[in-house]
Design a protein around this ligand. Structure first.
Ligand code: ADP
Ligand code: MG
Length: 959
């Protein structure tokens, strides 16, 4: 028995995804190493699903074939039936995966071509045959793609074997791979393709490739005991028949929208009964239901064996990354999950029945044992007889000897004859014994072969166990290694941080030292100047002193001369006048001498002061030098440490690169952030969403949310754009929303809307606010800070449909909070939403319709609960007219929202007059009859019936 193997494949983002979701996260995250897929449920949570294999956007066609289809092809080659099918929304890569021909590039070949390549290589075309049919199933009619004039081909089911066949379909014997590719190309040309908006090549039909293989079985050399049986076997050559089905299913999107809830069922039935029926069968099989409704559609009749039957089956489900198709992606994943629960019983058409062989051998053993028993008994009775005869003979001989001595001769003759008889009997006995032992040997052989069979079975189970253990052990090891890698990375990061800090410190120190050195040289220069000046002054003073001294000596000499003259004059008693003159002169000289001495003293004092000053400066200089040398020492120590750290760091990096291959992705992610705009445009580098998210989380961790929010107010608009993109991405995760608001992110985003002129900033900021507006608490904050006014202003100032979509989305979210309705209306939010229809963009209209449906639903709920009365707040802004104008939109979901909004508004009796005057009543009547959804039809009918004003109006209309 084998479970249906289910793999999931994610299509890489295409140009359209890049254009419309550039600023938003994908709706799925793959964890291929865990074979898991995380599906985002909403902005608050996500759910994990396990598959047999998970292929990322970069998975090669070769690997997809080897994992998904190769095991099926191998089992088909050994005689079992097999099925490979692809399921998914249109445009997600079903045909890419199965039907790609790869004419120019062999690496692009899909599963069909690769399967045939394997089959052709493994059969011998001399003794075996490979035939194909290629069919299309559209609107419950089977058409032959190799002979397109054959339509409405019937399905035959053999009532005995249950085998399904298509006698009306052409089967073509395949000669080689080129021939097959040619056939596929012819079929493709004939394939009916109904265009959809999503992908012009997409199709509403199922394409089914059937490959029939007939192989002759090499004759078995058997140890068969029954020789007759062997003869008949060798006379009849054995053939093994098997069938491979490759099914490219129609796009699953319709099925999804009708889906499990049973909505839109009529339409889905009409367009694709087969796919709906397949879903029902899978559900029934997954739930082990006793009744599987395989007879409901042609597809399920064709696939009767493939699910829960006797074939080996692989299913590949294909999804796209865009969150625009969240609902379709979710339903595809759920389909795959249900299919994983189905168990098939694999059967070989011609097989060797070990059980009956075993039974046969056992009966033979029984038979032989009975035979041995019988022969043993026979021998014993013979022996007994012979002994008896011997005894009799003896008796009679003795008697004869005793009685008839004369007849002794005769008797002796008789006796020898009898002895001969005995010998003969013994020989026969021995012969019997030999035969017996021969039979015993045979039994032993048979027992041995039985034992060996059992041992083989035992060995198989132990191998499986060992395999499971090893797998578990490896998984554990991988988990351990990943943990280790993370620790190493953290270590390296901290080392780098330390290094940076040290570098910074060392730079600071260098600067300080330079500063000190400059100061020091300044001081030294000043000192040298002062010293020089002082020295000059000192020499000057010394010279002055010497001058004074010579003057003084001259004066003394003059004085001596004068004294001498005085004495001469006294002696002569002549010249009294001259004496007095000389005295005067002398006094004057004395005064001069005194003043000179005073001056000298004051100069000496000044000199002493200056010497003191010089000493003080020297002391200061010394202290500065001391400080400098201390700094020098510290700097040396830091440099030493730095060298040590540098020695340690690069080794660590290399270590990571060797071991941690996925680190590369992270590193790439980091570079991507800087140039994300250009990368997105060129599209050359496809960044997986997980890497981007990891990058953003890493940046957030490294830089800190607060810093990123600060960058929102940067002068540089490039920086602002990057920062707001990061915030928008973070805001998509509910765990970040609270901290973004707490750190002032909401205020910064609102400020951007208020003052920025940059189109990208306005678009991304509106998107971020739309994300934050999902959360009820944030809705109040956004409103109280004038968010609605700002969003209205942004909407009126732009014609960019993406920006309008974000603004409309944000307002639509705010509409879902009844407490904010009055304020939203007063701040012009409703008017702004209704005005955005001018862009003509269907996504914008869809958001507005969702907002109005939200608003109307909250209002009618509040009315029922009794805390609201009166005419709807939507009426004054002419929302009713808007709804009527837009209700003919082609988008089913927008139409559904509009219908819901009208139905809810009709519930309020105070709106009745508006309904009648605007013509909305007729629209409501139309909805009650024609809406594609049963629940909306019922709601509209209820509203029409329960409102007396409507009843009156309708009666009037009939009259
Ligand atoms: P479907 O059959 O599911 O409607 P297609 O196979 O036609 O989808 O794929 C739609 C488009 O996406 C095609 O242009 C195809 O080349 C492209 N595509 C699908 N899957 C991949 C992939 N794994 N890698 C690259 N391109 C892909
Ligand atoms: Mg297709």
């Amino acid at each position: 028995p084998g479970r249906v193997r289910v793999a999931v494949r994610l299509r890489p983002r295409n140009a359209e995804d890049l254009l419309s979701d550039a600023d938003f996260a994908d709706c799925v995250q793959l964890q291929p190493e865990l074979k898991r897929l995380k599906l985002r449920k909403n902005n608050w949570s996500s759910e994990s699903y396990k598959f047999d294999e998970v292929f990322t956007g970069t998975a090669s066609q070769k690997r997809v074939y080897e994992v998904v289809a190769k095991p099926v092809v191998e089992s088909v080659l050994s005689g079992y039936n097999g099925t490979v099918m692809a399921y998914g929304q249109t445009g997600t890569g079903k045909t890419f995966t199965l039907g790609r021909l790869g004419k120019d590039d062999a690496s692009e070949r899909g599963i069909m071509v690769r399967a045939l390549e394997d089959i052709v290589a493994n059969v011998s075309l001399a003794s075996d045959t490979v035939e194909i049919s290629y069919l299309q199933l559209y609107m419950e009619s089977i058409q032959d793609l190799l002979a397109p004039e054959k339509t409405n081909i019937t399905i035959n089911e053999d009532p005995k074997t249950g085998e399904v066949s298509l006698p009306g379909a052409v089967t073509v014997k395949v000669q080689d791979l080129d021939h097959f590719v040619e056939l596929l190309q012819i079929g493709e040309g004939n394939r009916h393709a109904a265009n959809t908006k999503l992908n012009t090549e997409s199709s509403r039909s199922h394409a089914i490739l059937m490959v029939y293989i007939r192989r002759s079985v090499p004759e078995k050399v058997e140890d068969d005991i029954n020789s007759q049986d062997r003869k008949t076997k060798s006379k009849l050559p054995l053939v093994r028949k098997s069938k491979l089905l490759i099914v490219d299913l129609a796009g699953s999107e319709r099925l999804d929208k009708s889906g499990s809830e049973g909505l839109l069922l009529e339409e889905a039935k009409f367009i694709n009964l087969s796919l709906t029926s397949l879903g029902k069968c899978i559900n029934a099989l997954a739930e082990n239901s006793p009744h599987i409704p395989t007879r409901d559609s042609k597809l399920t009749r064709l696939l009767r064996d493939s699910f829960g039957g006797s074939a080996r089956t692989s299913l590949i489900i294909t999804i796209g990354p865009s969150s625009r198709h969240h609902a379709e992606t979710t339903s595809t994943i759920m389909f795959g999950q249900r299919a994983m629960k189905i168990v098939n019983v694999v059967k070989l058409k011609e097989e060797f029945d070990y059980e009956s062989l075993c039974r046969k051998l056992e009966t033979q053993v029984d038979h032989l044992t009975a035979e041995i028993d019988r022969q043993q008994k026979l021998r014993e009775s013979e022996k007994y007889d012979l002994e008896k005869r011997l005894r009799d003979c003896h008796d009679s001989s003795n008697e004869t000897r005793k009685n008839l001595v004369t007849r002794s001769e005769l008797l002796e003759q008789k006796n020898t004859r009898l002895e001969l008889d005995i010998e003969e009997a013994l020989a026969e006995l021995n012969c019997q014994k030999d035969q017996n032992s021969l039979l015993e040997d045979k039994i032993a052989d048979l027992e041995m072969s039985l034992k060996q069979n059992k041992q083989n079975q035992l060995e198989n189970s132990t191998y499986q166990k060992v395999l499971a253990d090893t797998t578990q052990m490896y998984e554990k090891k991988i988990a351990e290694l990943m943990k280790k890698l993370e620790v190493e990375r953290a270590k390296s990061e901290s080392a780098e941080e330390q290094l940076d800090a040290m570098k910074k410190l060392s730079d600071e120190h260098k600067k300080l030292i330079q500063h000190h050195e400059m100061e020091n040289s300044k001081y030294q220069m000043a000192l040298a100047d002062t010293t020089q000046m002082y020295e000059m002054k000192i020499t000057e003073l010394t010279k002055q002193l010497e001058d004074e001294h010579t003057r003084f000596e001259g004066a003394q000499e003059q004085l001596d001369l004068a004294n001498m003259l005085l004495a001469d004059y006294q002696n002569s008693t002549l010249g009294q006048d001259e004496t007095s003159e000389l005295r005067l002169k002398l006094e004057e000289m004395y005064r001069l001498h005194e003043s000179t001495v005073n001056e000298l003293q004051s100069l000496k004092a000044e000199f002493k002061d200056q010497i003191q000053e010089k000493e003080a400066i020297s002391e200061k200089l010394y202290a500065v030098q001391e400080k400098l040398s201390a700094e020098e020492k510290r700097r040396n120590a830091i440099e030493h440490e730095l060298v040590n750290l540098k020695k340690g760091a690069p080794e660590g990096d290399k270590h990571f690169e060797d071991k941690k291959s996925y680190m590369k992705e992270n590193i790439r992610g980091t570079s991507v952030l800087g140039t994300s705009a250009s990368v997105n445009k060129s599209g050359t580098l496809r960044v997986t969403q997980s890497a981007q998210r990891a990058t953003i989380a890493k940046i957030c961790e490294e830089v800190g949310l607060q810093k990123i929010i600060q960058l929102l107010t940067s002068e540089d608009s490039d920086v602002q754009i990057h920062a707001v993109k990061v915030i928008a991405n973070l805001a998509a995760e509910d765990v970040n929303q609270e901290s973004i608001v707490e750190e002032g992110g909401l205020d910064a985003l609102l400020t951007m809307l208020r003052s920025s002129q940059n189109a990208t900033i306005l678009r991304v900021a509106s998107g971020a606010i739309a994300n934050l507006a999902m959360n009820e608490m944030n809705q109040g904050l956004i409103m109280s800070r004038g968010g609605a006014k700002l969003l209205a202003k942004t909407a009126s100032g732009t014609d960019d449909p993406q920006t309008l979509r974000m603004v409309a989305g944000a307002l639509a979210n705010l509409c879902g909070n009844e407490k904010l309705h009055t304020m939203l209306k007063e701040d012009g939010g409703i008017k702004a939403m209704l005005g955005m229809v001018r862009s003509g963009n269907s996504d914008v209209v869809a958001q507005v319709a969702r907002g109005l449906a939200n608003f109307a639903k909250c209002e009618s709920r509040a009315m029922v609960q009794g805390h609201r009365k009166g005419r709807s707040l939507l009426m004054e802004d002419r929302a009713l007219e808007w709804l009527i104008d837009n209700c003919n939109t082609t988008s089913a979901s927008t139409r559904r929202h509009i219908e819901l909004a009208l139905s809810h508004l009709a519930q309020n009796e105070d709106n009745a007059r508006d309904f009648i005057s605007s013509g909305a009543l007729q629209e409501l009547q139309r909805i009650s009859n024609e809406s594609s959804r049963e629940d909306i039809r019922n709601l509209a009918k209820k509203m029409l019936k329960s409102n007396p004003v409507f009843q009156g109006e309708m009666r009037l209309g009939q009259q």
